[in-house]
Design a protein around this ligand. Structure first.
Ligand code: ACK
Length: 995
């Protein structure tokens, strides 16, 4: 049963089969649509299946097999393929495309027509010899194949042919080849194509590794693990692996390869870095451009070589620019006094591109050995350099223990991490100093006029024929026992001096020298004098006078105190017990605040023999069950600071801060901790932090104070830069002034006034806190003299906040608190900027001594800066009293127009900018902006023509605004950095001018 129409349909179907490109994860063992010659398939009996070969348009053969003996019963027609080689296959698939006629569509065949056929196979290691008889029983059945679709009749009576595709798995096949056989039992079939294939995972590249073609396991549930090989110029990180699944898909990629040094990944391969680029480490990064002053000429460079004259230190990373040794230090100047010789210089103009510059001092001593021959030799080994001669990171050094009348030549060498790597000459700056004094001593004898417990009055006469142009005298002194470990000096224009701040019963060594217009003369010989002893019998006349005065003063204080205690009725039976303490205290009240009747006076807890008595007297014990600790808000000196609630019986609960004393404390620590409470407990003022009470009878020991929602003033302002009006800031300062006025009226000296010790509540009200530092001072009615301690600042004095006389010789007073208040004003007006920025403490002391004062912060009213400067008067007596500061603040707030005049521009120093040397700290505008984290404005500065640090030195706020820095906080940061630079410069200049 064949018709020409059906053949056309076959042709069409076959074309669509041919155009199927096939999947890449299949290996085809046979495809009848691609066999060009005869197929050589056999049929049994010969008239059963019919092989028909037609040609398509491209003249390619189309092999089809048909059978359609539907009218005859008992059909058993076989079609057998040729021998198909198995190759690597383990599981073989057979894809059949065929049409099958629906028996209903054929009349008169109901008993004989079938709608299925059977697929069989036979494995052999070799093709069966020609002429082998066909034995159906040799073949194993794979499946009975039925059609999904068949011929169907349309409404118009046309028959529509449907092509069926069926795939069957054959096997497992283990022999070298096999035959397929198709059994027809009476159906009408056209077998259009037969494709035999097996599946495999095709070779692939993943994660820079190559994976070969892989045949899946026969067991479809297990995967084949395949290890990949890294592509060329790549190396394994973790073993690269893939798994081949039964369907020929790659699964679960593991591990990877990365491109080796000198290579980068590109489209799944590792490509060599181009010249001018390098890659120093294996990895999936790209090649990098050679850093400045280096180059690579070949492909696949792993490092860029430094250009001539540039180097890389051993520890420098290969990504860092090549650098070179620095140029010589600049502006080396020297300054000599009798015991120390100072060298100071500026960093080299060319740092070589590095930040690790250090300086070495090399010293030679040169003597004129006569006849104009100068002989130089290394300096004495016992010459001392402070802090050290080599590896200096700062730009100054002091030299002591030098011999007099010698020419010393100092070479200051600038070195960096690549110095010595090339053949470049050493970068030296030289200076020669002669340690000659400007003439012999003009003071032969120094006399003691009188001495008290703490002071000695001296006078001297000049030698005969002394030159008239004496500028002043310098008196140097130190404790004899201490030798010269630390010494003090003071100056006077007259031939006498009163040296104060000395220790009782102590021998001091004094010597005096004159300063003439030609320089210092040599010192007088040493003279030793002792201060008075505590025992009045041993005192000389002057001491007796002082002690009597002190006793009278102390007595009147005692009377006032006694009256006060009697009037208030407190501790009546207690006066006697405290008489001993009173004895001790009577000379300890601050002289500037003699309390008058009716005003409560601060009592120093240290004057109590038993400090727990002071705690009992001035604080209230709280039952810990009334306290609820909620969270930790900070770390105090003695333990954590927490916030919480306090509910006292009959009172509503309030927010409190709770300072705790951490476990394992020593008794001394407990006393120190509670000392603050017994100070705080004496105060009652809205601008002083209020003590609610203490817990001492159970653990942990606690101090409970009112809670201040906004915490410490310094950090509070830093996080709200530029957010307050000037009036609000003045309001804060007014509050602090009110608090300190109260303290000073009580006779209490705070000693540690600083924004960090002021707390701020939710209404911006400021309250003074931190009473840990305070001690009542020695009563000293003598006038203060300026003394300078050159080396070694002992103790824990907050240098930047502390008045010079307090630093130099411990003279704390309400006037030194006024100095600190001025610094707090500056902190407030600059929103928490660090006073004197990053200057070292030593430089701060020297700058203050030289007369430098902090410039006005940006946007600060002139009136406020004037008040700051007033607080920073060198003479403590000239500083304003707190009551004056308070009324000044009140006036400002009542008359806000007085705050309208602002100090907007950078303060100018007396010297013109042309006279200024280059800025020492940074190399370029870019570096400078990086250092203050304002890098984003580099282009603004450059575009506006500011290319050197010289050029920014005179910039005003308006100039900065004009460069396009719009944010007020950023303007502030930049302007204060310029001020800081100018300050350091000024400091260097001042030192230079003294030479
Ligand atoms: O800046 P702060 O939040 O404010 O961090 C410190 C921290 O405890 C350690 O001293 C905070 N602090 C101290 N006393 C109080 C208080 N009375 N109210 C609120 N915070 C306080 C301080």
């Amino acid at each position: 049963m064949r018709s020409g129409g059906e053949y056309c349909v076959f042709l069409f179907l076959l074309q669509s089969v041919l155009s199927d490109p096939g999947a890449t994860n299949q290996v085809v063992l046979l495809d009848t649509t691609t066999v060009l010659g005869e197929l050589d398939w056999r049929t049994y009996p010969v008239n059963g299946w019919d092989a028909i070969t037609e040609m398509d348009e491209q003249n390619r053969p189309i092999h089809t097999f048909q059978v359609c003996h539907v009218m005859e019963p008992n059909q058993n027609n076989w079609l057998r393929s040729g021998w198909i080689q198995r190759q690597a296959a383990q599981r073989v698939y057979v894809e059949l495309r065929f049409t099958l006629r629906d028996c209903n569509s054929i009349p008169w065949v109901s008993g004989t027509c079938k709608e299925t056929f059977n697929l069989f196979y036979l494995q052999t290691d070799e093709p069966l010899p020609a002429g082998t008889r066909f034995r159906p029983t040799d073949y194993a059945k794979v499946d009975t194949i039925a059609a999904d679709e068949s011929f169907t009749q349309t409404d118009l009576g046309d028959r529509v042919l449907r092509l069926n595709t069926e795939i069957r798995e054959v096997g497992p096949v283990t022999q070298k080849g096999f035959y397929l056989a198709f059994q027809d039992v009476g159906a009408c079939i056209a077998l259009v194509s037969v494709k035999v294939f097996y599946k495999r995972c095709p070779s692939t590249f993943r994660n820079l590794a190559a994976f070969p073609d892989t045949v899946p396991h026969t067991d479809s549930s297990s995967l084949v693990e395949v290890r990949g090989a890294c592509v060329e110029n790549a190396e394994e990180r973790d073993t690269p692996k893939l798994y081949c699944g039964a369907d020929g898909d790659w699964l679960v990629p593991l591990g990877r390869c990365v491109c080796s040094i000198g290579h980068e990944e590109m489209d799944g391969y590792c490509r060599a870095c181009k010249p001018g680029f390098f890659k120093a480490f294996a990895g999936n990064t790209k090649c990098s451009k050679c850093p400045p002053h280096s180059s690579s000429h070949d492909q696949a460079a792993t490092i860029c070589h430094c250009d001539k004259g540039f180097y890389r230190a051993i520890a420098d990373p290969s990504t860092m620019a090549c650098t070179r040794p620095p140029s010589a230090p600049r502006n080396l100047v020297s300054l000599i006094n009798d015991t120390a010789l100072f060298l100071q210089w500026m960093p080299p103009s060319d740092t070589g591109g590095r930040k690790d510059i250090t300086y070495n001092i090399l010293c030679q001593r040169c003597d004129d050995s006569g006849g104009g021959v100068v002989q130089c030799e290394p300096c004495e080994p016992d010459l001392r350099f402070i802090p050290r001669p080599l590896g200096l990171t700062s730009t100054s050094v002091a030299v002591v223990d030098f011999a007099s009348r010698i020419n010393y030549t100092f070479h200051v060498e600038a070195v960096n991490g690549v110095s010595g790597l090339g053949v470049a000459a050493r970068s030296l700056a030289n200076v020669t100093i002669n340690t000659h004094q400007a003439g012999p001593s003009l003071v032969a004898v120094v006399r003691k006029n009188w001495a008290s417990l703490n002071s000695i009055a001296l006078s001297w006469a000049e030698v005969e024929n002394a030159p008239s142009e004496i500028v002043d005298y310098e008196v140097k002194y130190y404790e004899k026992e201490q030798e010269q470990l630390s010494y003090s000096s003071t100056r006077t224009r007259t031939r006498s001096v009163l040296v104060t701040g000395l220790r009782p019963s102590t021998v001091y060594v004094f010597h005096v020298r004159a300063r003439t217009t030609a320089g210092y003369t040599a010192y007088s010989p040493n003279f030793e004098f002792a201060t008075g002893a505590e025992d009045p019998d041993l005192a000389d006349q002057g001491q007796v006078l002082v002690v009597v005065t002190a006793s009278v003063g102390g007595f009147s204080l005692l009377v006032i105190l006694t009256l006060f205690l009697l009037i208030t009725g407190r501790c009546q039976g207690y006066i006697k017990a405290r008489m001993k303490s009173e004895e001790k205290r009577r000379t300890r009240f601050h002289s500037g605040h003699v309390p008058f009747s009716g005003i409560k006076t601060y009592v120093d807890p240290d004057t109590y023999e038993d400090p727990t008595q002071a705690v009992q007297e001035f604080t209230k014990e709280i039952d810990p069950s009334y306290i609820r600790i909620e969270r930790v808000i900070g770390a105090g000196e003695f333990g954590e600071v927490c916030s919480g609630r306090l509910r006292l019986p009959g009172r509503s609960d309030i927010a409190v801060a709770i300072k705790t004393l951490k476990g394992g404390y020593m008794e001394q620590q407990r006393r120190e901790f509670l000392r603050e409470a017994s100070i705080m407990g004496q105060f009652n003022n809205p601008n002083i932090i209020r003590l609610e009470g203490v817990v001492t009878k159970s653990r942990p020991v606690m101090i409970v104070v009112e809670y201040m929602e906004n915490g410490a003033l310094d950090s509070f302002l830093r996080t709200r830069d530029g957010q307050f009006t000037v009036i609000q800031l003045v309001g804060m300062l007014r509050g602090i002034a009110a608090g300190v006025t109260y303290l000073s009226d009580m006779g209490y000296i705070h000693r540690d006034l600083a924004a960090r010790n002021i707390l701020v509540d939710e209404n911006l009200m400021c309250k003074v806190s931190d009473f840990g530092m305070s001690r009542v001072l020695e009563d000293d009615t003598e006038a203060a003299y300026t003394t300078t301690v050159l080396f070694g600042q002992g103790g824990k004095i907050p240098i930047r906040w502390t008045a010079p006389e307090a630093i130099a010789y411990g003279k704390f007073s309400s006037a030194s608190d006024a100095w600190s208040y001025g610094i707090v004003m500056w902190e407030v007006m600059s929103y928490g900027e660090r006073p004197y920025w990053e200057m070292s403490n030593q430089d701060v002391i020297l700058s203050i001594e030289e007369g430098y004062r902090l410039p006005a912060p940006m946007g600060c009213p002139v009136a406020l800066h004037q008040l700051m400067l007033h607080c920073w008067q060198k003479q403590a007596g000239q500083r304003p009293h707190f009551s004056d500061i308070l009324s000044f603040m009140d006036k400002l707030m009542l008359n806000p127009s007085s705050l309208l005049t602002l100090v907007n521009d950078v303060q100018s120093f007396p010297d013109s900018p042309e006279d200024m040397p280059d800025y020492p700290l940074f190399i370029s505008i870019g570096d400078w902006l990086d250092s203050i984290k304002m890098s984003q404005y580099k282009n603004n500065f450059l575009a506006a023509g500011y290319t050197t640090l010289d050029s920014i030195s005179t910039m005003s706020t308006d100039d900065i605004r004009r460069t396009g820095v719009c944010l007020i906080g950023h303007q502030r940061r930049i302007i204060s950095s310029i001020q800081s630079l100018r300050l350091q410069l000024h400091h260097i200049q001042q030192s230079g001018f003294q030479v």
